[in-house]
Design a protein. Sequence first.
Length: 670
Amino acid sequence: MQAIHQPLHRQKQAEQRSSQTPDPNRGRKPDFRAMLHNKEMQSALGSGLLMLIAWGTAPYFGTLSIMLYIVAYVVGGWTKAKEGIETLVKDRDLDVNLLMIAASLGAAAIGYWNEGAMLIFIFALSGALESYATERSHKDISSLLALKPENALRIEDGQMKLVAIDDLQPGDLLLVKPGELIPADGVVYRGSSFINQSSITGESLPVDKVAGDEVYAGTVNGEGALYVEVTKSAEGSLFGKIIKMVEEAQAEVPDSQRFMERFEGIYARIVVGVTLLVIAGTPLLLGWAWNEAFYKAMVFLVVASPCALVSSIMPVMLSAMSSSARRGILFKGGAHMENMARTRVVAFDKTGTLTMGTPQVTDIITAEHVDRAQLLAAVAAIENLSMHPLARAIVDQANKENINLEEAEHVQALTGWGIEGTVNNVVWSIGKTDVLGEVQLGEMKGSNVDPDEYGANHVKVSSKWGDVRSRLEGEGKTVSVVMADGEFVGLIAMRDTVRPQAVAAVKKLEAMGIKVAMLTGDQVRSASVIARETGVSMVYADLLPGDKVKQVQALRKQYGPVLMVGDGVNDAPALAAATVGMGMGLSGSGTALEVADAVLMNDNIEEIAWVIGQARRAQRTVKQNMFFAITVILALIAGNFLQDVALPLGVVGHEGSTILVILNGLRLLR
C-alpha cells in the first residue's frame, strides 16, 4: 500500500483540522464572547437593559415604567424563581433563589421598583457567571465527546469499507485520511504524519508518527495518510475510558460544597425567621413604624442572603478542574481536587511511573575473541521470536544499530533459564547469569539439554566476569550471559530507564514541602538505584499489592494525606487506599484508570507539582471568598440596624460581593 498525500488540499485540510481540534491555547482566560452566548447571561443583560429604560422613563411615563420593571423582573428572575419553587416543592426546603425573589418583590411592594429590579439584575448576572464557570469546566473536560468518531475506513481484501466504530476489532487495518480523526487505538502500519494529541494528552504541539508508533482514538491526523492496525476495541480504548471518567466527573461535588448546600437550607430558614420577626416584632417591642420595620426587614433579607457564600466554592473548583484538564490532568470530580490540595506525601510506583516501564540495553560486554556486532546480531535473531520484554529490548537495540537479523533455527526455551537457537551453524544461548560460577551446563539448561553430552565438565569462567556482573547488578541492571556452542562469550545488561521528567518532578515536589516515596515490588537493590537517580528519599521495595496498601496507610497515619501515582493492575489497591489516586493515562492499565481519582493523560509526572499547586490555589481562593463574603454580610447586617443602610446600597453591596467572589474563582481558568 502507498501512503496517500494530497498537497493541493492542504488549506482545506487545515481549515478542517482547526474546526475539529481543540486549541490548547484557547480558553486560557475567560472568553467574553462565549459568556454572551450563555442564555442566563442574555436574560440577565436583558433584565438590566429593561431596568435602565424603566428608570429613564419613570419621570415621564410612570405606568409604562412600572410595566417595564415588571417585565425586567420576569426576564431576570424567572429561572431563579423556578429553581427556588422546585426546591420548595420537591425538597420542602428554602434556598437562596427564593430569598432573593422574595426580597425583590418586597422592595417593589414598598415602592422601590428600581432597587428590586437592580437586585434581580445583579442576582441574575452572578448566577450567569457561575453558570458560565460550570459550562466552561464541562466543555474543557468533556470536549472529547465532540471528538468521538462514528465511522472508520476498514481495509478488507484490498477494498475500503465504511464501518461503525463499534464493529472494529483488534487486528483490523484502517485508512485514516489527512485531517480525519483517528477512529481507534492502534499502531501505524504504514505512512507518516503528525498527530494533534492535545485532546487526549494535553500536548501543545503535534507529534510526528511513523510506522510502529502508537496512535489514540479521538486525536486528529495531520497532512499524511496513515494505515493503522487496531489494537483495542472502542470501549477498551483510552478514549473510551476517558469518556467514562467524564461521565463520573459531572456528578461529583466537593465535600465543602455538600456542606454548603446543607448549610444554605438551614441558613435560609433562619433569615426568613428573622425577617418575619423584624416585620412583626419591632413595631410591638421597639415601637417602630410598620413601614420602617418592613423596609429594614427587606434590607436585612437582601444583605443576609448567602449568595456570596454559596458561590464561594463551585466556580473556584470548576475553574481549577477546567485549567487542569487543559494541562492533561483529568479529575473525576471536585472532591478529589479539594483533597489534592491537602497532599503531604506523593508515593510513586516505580516501573512505568518513575521509569518508562520498558527495559533497554545499556551494556554489551564481550570476551576478547568475540565480535560485538556478531554477538548482538545472533542473540537478536533468536530473541526476535520471543515477546518477553527483555527479548524485545535486545531486538530494539539491534534495530537501533541497523544490524541485519539472520534467520534463527531450532529456537527453544530453556525452562527456568533462558532461550537457545542456532544461527549460522552456531548454537547461541542467552539467559540468567547462574553460569558465571561452576554450574553444570546440563543442570542450568534443564531437561531440554542432556547433561551426558557435556560429561562431568563444568563451565569455567574467569572471576573477573563475576565481578563485572556484580558491578552491573549493583547499578540496578538485569544481566544476561551469552554463550556460543557452550562457551561463554559475553554479557548483556538491560535496565528500565528513568522518565525524563522524573528528577525535575521530585525536586519540584520537595520544594513545595511534600515528601516523596517510592513503592515497588522490585528488589531493594534495583529500587535503590532508581531512587538515587531520581532523588527519591523514601524507598519501600519488595512489596506485594497488599503490602503497598499497608504502606500507603502507614504514610497517611505518619504524615497526612497521600497522593499515590501508579500505572498497573498491581497498583490499583494502593490507588484506592490513598487520599487521592492518580493513574497514568497513556501507559496505565484499565483497572488503574478505573480506580484512580485523577488521571495524568500525558504521563508527564512533572505536572503533578503544578496540579497540587493549582489545587492549593483553589483552596486559598475558596477561603478568601468565604472570608470576604462573611465580612460583607456581617458589615451590612450591622449597618442596617445601626446606621440605616439604604436598600440600594444593600443591593449593590451584597450582590456586588457575590459577583466579586465568582470573578475571583474564574481567575483560575487562566
